[in-house]
Design a protein around this ligand. Structure first.
Ligand code: SF4
Length: 302
């Protein structure tokens, strides 16, 4: 059981069951707050063997240093983070993924997850990962031919891969929502519920200007209002305004809710942010504090 203290109260979390208990009646003094984000994601590598048209990951061969990752993971665990997520590019193309998951599970109390397109997971990798991962997110947009058009891979092959993934850990589906995929949404939720997925994360596509389509968000709201299935649904917080969501947290400092480190070692508030702070060989927590004090200085100078 991991315990986190922050402005929301006392948060208990069990990585093996995924159970969360937030005791928000308890007010935690500021000097006792955990100083690491609730969740931190690392893009292990920018390498990916797919060519999805809507991919925003940079197309180069950058990857994070293993020693940096071990230090950052240790640091955020001590600082009160509850979970660490690995992504990319394609994290299963990071040569030491299994070793990294083992390190995080054995040496910390963090819940370990990764996001994958699923096609590179082999039976041998499956054996190495078992017991060292708590959740796997599989990126699947659309069913059948819609998936094949968007991802350029066979849907039947993917379903075979899902059997391997299921043997490692509980899995959820990441679903990019756009004009191609929204017509399938009801069937998708039903299909993955039957396949044993434990959640559907809906990610409305962002256009080149960083905006969501108003039409897609309206159709999503209509879907949510009428959804009667049992599969838990999640959504990107950035587009949640006006949608019927359960949000227990009220984070005044977003850097204590979530942080992202890209494959070049740049620390950011989100994976969409450009720029960031290079923390290669340095402390992640100190990087966050520096970003916070720089933003405060900017506000004070306005
Ligand atoms: S699988 Fe993910 S990282 Fe790879 S091209 Fe598609 S969206 Fe980008």
């Amino acid at each position: 059981m991991k315990i986190r203290y922050d402005e929301n109260g006392v948060h208990l979390f069990n990585r093996n069951t995924g159970a969360n208990l937030l005791i928000d009646e308890l007010s935690v003094p500021h000097d006792k707050w955990s100083n690491a984000p609730r969740h931190v994601s690392f893009a292990l590598t920018n390498i990916c063997d797919l060519k999805c048209a809507y991919c925003y990951a940079p197309k180069d061969r950058s990857e994070l240093e293993f020693e940096d990752l071990k230090n950052w993971i240790t640091e955020i665990d001590l600082g009160g983070s509850l979970g660490v997520g690995f992504g990319g590019g394609e994290p299963t193309l990071y040569p030491r993924l299994a070793e990294l998951c083992n390190f995080a599970t054995v040496n910390t109390d963090l819940a370990v997850s990764f996001t994958t397109h699923g096609h590179r997971i082999t039976a041998a990798m499956c054996e190495q990962l078992k017991g060292n991962v708590h959740f796997i997110r599989v990126s699947v947009d659309g069913l059948g031919s819609t998936y094949e058009k968007l991802r350029g891979r066979s849907f039947d092959t993917l379903l075979g891969q899902i059997q391997l993934i299921k043997a490692i850990a509980p899995f959820g589906i990441n679903y990019v929502l756009n004009a191609d995929t929204i017509p399938d949404l009801i069937q998708v939720a039903n299909f993955w519920e039957q396949q044993g997925a434990t959640e559907l994360l809906i990610l409305p596509e962002i256009d080149a200007k960083g905006m969501f389509s108003a039409d897609i968000l309206l159709r999503l709201k209509q879907f949510l209002d009428g959804y009667t299935g049992k599969l838990p649904l999640r959504i990107n917080e950035n587009c949640a305004n006006g949608l019927p969501i359960a949000q227990p947290f009220n984070d005044t400092n977003p850097l204590l809710a979530y942080a992202f480190v890209d494959a070049r070692g740049m620390l950011k508030r989100t994976s969409y942010q450009t720029g960031g702070m290079d923390i290669t060989g340095k402390s992640l927590i100190q990087g966050l504090e520096l970003i916070k004090s720089q933003s405060e200085q900017l506000i004070n100078h306005k």
